[in-house]
Design a protein around this ligand. Sequence first.
Ligand code: FAD
Length: 486
Amino acid sequence: MSSVTAVSRRLTFHGGTLFNSLLYTLPVRQVVVVRRSSVLVCRREVRNIVGVCGGVLRAPQSTVSATMAPIITNNLPPSQLVQEYIEQNKVMIFSKSYCPFCHRVKDLFNQLNVHYTALELDHMDNGLEVQEALAERSGQSTVPNVFINGEHLGGADKTFETHEKGELLPLINKSDHDYDYDLIVIGGGSGGLAASKRAADLGAKVAVCDFVTPTPKGTTWGLGGTCVNVGCIPKKLMHQAAILGHDMKDSREFGWETPEAITHDWNKMVEGIQSHIGSLNWGYRVALRDKKVTYLNAYSTFIDSHTLKTVDRRGKEKIVTADKFLLAMGGRPRYPDITGAKEHCITSDDIFSLPYAPGKTLLVGASYIALECAGFLAGLGYDTTVMVRSILLRGFDQQMAENVGAYMEKNGIKFIRGAVPSSVEQIEEGTPGMLKVTATTSEGEEITDEYNTVVIAVGRDPCTSGIGLENIGVEMANACMVMENY
Ligand SMILES: Cc1cc2nc3c(=O)[nH]c(=O)nc-3n(C[C@H](O)[C@H](O)[C@H](O)COP(=O)(O)OP(=O)(O)OC[C@H]3O[C@@H](n4cnc5c(N)ncnc54)[C@H](O)[C@@H]3O)c2cc1C
């Protein structure tokens, strides 16, 4: 059932146009539609509906639910009416429309984006009797009188105190299943970490599964995913290293007596960058611990739609279950299907921790990853060449892309245009060794050259294969994208 269906069914149920127009005159705060993997959430929240006694809306409520809660008639005996409201609403506020404490409590739930139902006792003919029944039921004779998941919470003070202790959302979002977790996030990169911490803030019991499959060269890294370990962060730090070298040369013109011959130590730079990344990895672990998110450093595969098999680096298997899963596995560099690619070449997954200076380097590809790596390598003083199949920066404004290319050439980076590698052969072992690269041009001509290092940057594939999505009935489109309906 689509979210839109859920809303329109409710409108019909309540009596067509009258309810419809009433609804539109209300201050509708927001309509939240969240696409789902197994549950659709659709919510229309109204901040303060004025109580309507005995009208089309049978009872005065402050929120409108799209979950089709049964209508409660005010003709019930007060104690039964109270009981019905408590049972049928996850967050139930017995309130009075003029009570400032009631307003504060409702404002709090609105701020937290929590759907609640409020019964305004002063708008009811039998409001006093209902309040007495409420006092008998809860031992509290004042309003607001708040119930969560059928349990009495208390008044305004107790509600705020519970919120300040960070216990309100967990109380509301208490799970009603027997799985190990409410949510397991697969992938501890920027996306997975942010989502898991937010879900924990909202009261969910969460685990994050993160495992880095080593590159063909054996490179691996810690928690935090691509950006922090082998992406944005080390890349910017290597750019910074290159920029500092330029600045030192420029500084002579500004009176600094910088020595003519300045040298750069690749290993020292890598050591500094890796130690910075190590501190970030640790910070992410601490942040998960602080939010009570369980970190499972293991590769996960679906067994069924609520069960994962996780395998850690020692091969130890564990079965974990969850009500919901969030896929945030990111992507990994693609290798071309040519002789020697995986054996002799590296990718951006290896370069930021490369334990030796790369020397004369060929970058295969014209993506931002290829060009950025070429930029800092040349800036650090390495002989740098980029092999481009067709155009630079596909998908970017081509005038800008060509300007970038021209600027790079001006700064000493060589380009081989209209060529793709056909083989990479090791002609000398070492760190770095020497590689012979053979390539074919668009005219069919064969060209060769020798490089110390070849960095492949011809695109990235999402990590959706091999995790058992077929076991949970998820179909793929274009070989790797998860279809929208799941
Ligand atoms: C060289 C480079 C430079 C970049 N520069 C920038 C930049 O400047 N600005 C920018 O915005 N973006 C940049 N990006 C892109 C950015 O890094 C990514 O978009 C971002 O990191 C993706 O985050 P994610 O959470 O989706 O996935 P990832 O960060 O890739 O995290 C996914 C995690 O899931 C793990 N995983 C996968 N499958 C499983 C499984 N089955 N079980 C357990 N764990 C699994 C992976 O090992 C990984 O740790 C750059 C990328 C690269 C490669």
